[in-house]
Design a binder for this molecule. Structure first.
Ligand code: SAH
Length: 250
């Protein structure tokens, strides 16, 4: 990426009205002291906006977000915004990662499915909060890069698959929790079917304006609750139509 293209990509991300936030100067000493940048990120961007789960806060203080963004923009890794990761995709704003992780109410015992691996950052946060993460990415190069980064960082409880998230991961279902980080126009039935009874799914639904939904599977059916308005990249349809057409990378 050239400097101009990076600047344009960042400007594009900034134009997306994600979550309203107080303006503050970006941390430019991020790379000198990443753990201090993370403490400040957690305090100002998460705790002050109401994210309370101590396990989520600890995970976000621990996982090195700067390892998941392209080298040229690492200094922005802990800023209060999404960032470009190539292939016209973004790593989500830290607050959104925290709020969605909290919504799943994980206690450490769960098997969790993520749709939209992207950089692998959200998968790493989930891996700190549950027992096993299964994550699906439709863009093969992103799947390969995230898989390599997660392995390099020592994550052994994350399985990355290149494939179409609309199909879920039937061989590993049911899941105690599902997190979808790209927006489909409606909730995919295959994902509801792969949620265990008592399980939670957090998913942005819609096109231009999207609602972040918390879906709980009960013995009687499903309950839906709207959490907030969000802006995610669209969930694309792959060519795959067979459930076994993906490729496991870990
Ligand atoms: N969770 C990511 C950010 C997600 S960006 C992170 O932590 O970095 C959304 C991702 O969803 C993109 O990488 C995009 O390629 C992927 N995606 C879009 N449609 C998909 C689909 N049908 N199945 C799987 N991944 C999909």
């Amino acid at each position: 990426m050239t400097a101009n293209r990076i600047a344009a990509a960042i400007a594009l991300c900034m134009a997306v009205p994600v979550v309203c936030c107080a303006e503050r100067p970006p941390e430019r000493d991020t790379l000198q002291d990443p753990s201090e940048a993370r403490r400040s990120m957690v305090n100002l961007q998460l705790e002050e906006r109401g994210v309370r789960d101590p396990r989520v806060l600890a995970a976000m203080r621990k996982v090195p977000r700067h390892e998941f963004v392209p080298d040229e923009i690492r200094e922005y890794a802990y800023d209060d915004r999404p960032l470009p990761i190539g292939f016209e995709q973004t790593i989500s704003q830290p607050y959104i990662v925290g709020a969605m992780s909290e919504a799943l109410q994980l206690d450490g015992s769960e098997r969790v499915l993520e749709i939209g691996t992207g950089s692998g950052y959200q998968a790493a946060i989930l891996a700190e909060l549950c027992s096993e993460v299964f994550t699906i990415e439709i863009e093969p190069e992103l799947a390969a890069r995230a898989s390599a980064d997660l392995e390099r960082l020592g994550y052994r409880n994350i399985h990355v698959r290149h494939g179409d998230g609309y199909l879920g991961w039937p061989e590993e279902a049911p899941f105690d929790a599902i997190m979808v980080t790209a927006a489909p126009p409606r909730v995919p039935q295959a994902l509801v079917d792969q949620l265990a009874v008592g399980g939670r799914m957090v998913i942005p639904v819609g096109s231009i304006s999207q609602d972040l939904l918390l879906i709980t599977r009960t013995p009687e059916g499903i309950e839906r609750r709207e959490l907030m308005g969000v802006r995610f990249v669209p969930m694309r349809h792959g060519d795959e139509s067979r459930p076994d057409s993906g490729t496991d990378r870990q």
